[in-house]
Design a protein around this ligand. Structure first.
Ligand code: ADP
Ligand code: MG
Length: 551
């Protein structure tokens, strides 16, 4: 074994080490994620060599990541059987920031108070272990046949040494001598929790103190046909920490313009209806099977918080910090692709099996209504999925199951030729709707009317506003009144003009300022008179809500 060479870190690297040691990452535990993903990358490279018929050293040694904790020695060891590094590679890769424009990088860091976002664009991977370690030893041996083993060692303060070392096997072994404030990482339980959190799906076995920890296959990266139903169920229950069977599954990948591997599950039930409070987002963000954020915000819109699953994109830098995910342009672009695919899938499902979809909507419809109100971008697509009761006799589904709700699209397909609007009535119950004087003239003409039973639905309808070129209006609206007047049956008037005027005058005087005006109408059929209001019912209710004296 030769004498240790002493090397200075590049000036920029020294500054960076300082920043890292002061803990840029919001959670220090991510150093484990960084080292495990480096180990996985190194094994991937070795496997690639093997697959392309290049010789690797000790090719009988299995590809795996071995992690060992030692509470007495206060050390954490992470070892892989990957490509390893020779002396030049140790100097090049660990002696400086591994990218050409490092000077610019530091300059940007200096100028920008928002350091985490800059770091996110580059990456400090390996150096993150200086957050927890006072001394780091890296034993490495390149996979190239005939290589020598080396020990790289540093206390992170300005220099490092490299010396030849005996007994080093193929790959890299990193020994972290923990700082007193980081002794927890010498505990098996702590390390295991962190591995399960971030690195559960790394493609090679992770063996912690002799036992494999990552036993679940990363289903989203596999081909659909290679996954069994049972595996899906287990995976879903694992990621969602629940015990139901999901209603729908959406598994898709894209390569351009973005690389996305995703797998979503839509549960069969949710807890918000029990008043358990607002659910957190249920989709985790990964980059190459390594978790970036567990409950990723901004990946799907808020109203889709009931969706569980995984999104993996190689385009996402591994250490993009949490705070900056949400307003990241890349995330927004990924989100647009995801939302479109999920909505499309649900639209297909609603046609493929309407009664199943109806059951689903009975449980989850509230989220979609929230979507119509809050998510302007997807409002039109969401409104295609909504289902409401209507006065039409709905044909049973193909498998003869009865249906109680219908979509706007189906409604439009049943519209009368003379009909230009979509009508709804807001009532406390179906029986009230069917006997309502407002519905009566529509019923007489055989025109279907949606029945809404609460203020939320009323608000949802006024938010949708239009479906295609059809305006959605209340049966109490001015548009409804005009439609009925234009389409009334010829009647033989029994009063002459003068008598009508005199009568209307009498009504006005009798009712006083409670009404704006009295006029003849074609809409009252079995009722002598009817009150109409040309503002929307929602508007009236909102006014009422704002003015307590009217409640
Ligand atoms: P990144 O992984 O983004 O390149 P890191 O700081 O995590 O940045 O690692 C720097 C470089 O060091 C890697 O690109 C790789 O070449 C080398 N390296 C780090 N860990 C290992 C390892 N376990 N085995 C082989 N090479 C490694
Ligand atoms: Mg790395």
């Amino acid at each position: 074994v030769g004498i240790a060479d002493k090397h200075q870190f590049q000036a920029e690297t020294q500054k960076l080490l300082h920043i890292v040691a002061e803990s840029l990452y919001t959670e220090r535990e991510v150093f484990i994620r960084e080292l495990v993903s480096n180990a996985s990358d190194a094994i991937e490279k070795a496997r690639h060599m093997q697959l392309t018929n290049q010789q690797i050293m000790n090719d009988d040694v299995p590809f795996e990541i071995r992690i060992g904790t030692d509470e007495d020695k206060k050390t954490l060891i992470i070892q892989d059987t990957g490509v390893g590094m020779n002396k030049e590679e140790l100097i090049r890769n660990l002696g400086r920031i591994g990218y050409s424009g490092s000077g610019d990088f530091i300059k940007k860091l200096g100028e920008n108070p928002d350091k985490a976002s800059i770091i996110g664009q580059f990456g400090v991977g390996f150096y993150s272990c200086f957050m927890v370690g006072h001394t780091i030893k890296v034993y490495s041996k390149s996979a190239a046949p005939g290589s020598t083993g080396y020990l790289w060692e540093s206390d992170g303060s300005g220099s490092y040494t490299i010396s030849e070392a005996d007994g080093v096997s193929r790959g890299t072994k990193i020994v972290i001598h923990l700082k007193p404030n980081s002794y927890e990482y010498a505990k098996k339980a702590t390390v295991e929790t962190v591995i399960k959190k971030y690195s559960n799906f790394v493609g090679f076995p992770i063996v912690l103190n002799g036992t494999p920890v990552n036993t679940i296959r990363p289903l989203w990266t596999l081909s659909k046909s290679s996954i069994t139903e049972e595996e899906h169920k287990q995976f879903y229950q694992f990621i969602s920490k629940s015990y139901d069977t999901p209603t729908y599954r959406i598994h898709f990948s894209t390569d351009t313009p973005l690389s996305i591997r995703s797998l979503f599950y839509i549960p069969s039930q949710h807890v918000e209806k029990y008043g358990m409070g607002r659910m957190e987002p249920g989709v985790a963000l990964f980059s190459r099977k390594v978790m970036i954020q567990q409950k990723a915000k901004g990946l799907l819109p808020e109203w889709m918080r009931f969706v569980r699953g995984v999104v993996d994109s190689e385009d996402i830098p591994l250490n993009l910090s949490r705070e900056h995910l949400q307003d990241n342009g890349l995330i927004q672009r990924i989100s647009a692709v995801l939302v479109k695919r999920i909505l499309k899938h649900l639209q297909d499902e609603s046609k493929r099996d309407p009664s199943r979809f109806e059951t689903f909507m009975n449980e989850f419809g509230g989220f979609f209504k929230e979507g119509v109100i809050t998510d302007f971008k997807w409002k039109d697509e969401i409104s295609k999925l909504l289902r409401f009761e209507s006065t039409a006799e709905l044909p049973p589904t193909e498998d003869l199951k009865p249906r109680t709700t219908t979509t706007l699209e189906e409604y439009v397909s049943r519209m009368k030729p003379e009909q230009t609007h979509i009508y709804y009535i807001t009532v406390p119950s179906k029986s009230v709707a069917l006997t309502s004087p407002y519905y009566e003239p529509f019923k007489a003409k055989g025109i279907e009317v949606f029945m809404l039973y609460n203020t939320l639905d009323d608000f949802v309808f006024s938010n949708i506003g239009h479906f295609g070129d059809k305006k959605i209006v209340s049966v109490e609206s001015k548009e409804a009144e005009e439609f009925l007047a234009a389409n009334q049956e010829k009647q033989t008037d029994t009063l002459d003009q003068a008598e009508v005027s005199a009568f209307l005058q009498w009504v006005s005087d009798a009712v006083g300022n409670k009404i704006a005006m009295a006029k003849t109408t074609s809409r009252a059929i079995s009722q002598p008179a009817i009150v109409v209001d040309h503002e929307s019912a929602t508007f009236r209710r909102m006014m009422k809500m704002m003015d307590p004296s009217k409640q």
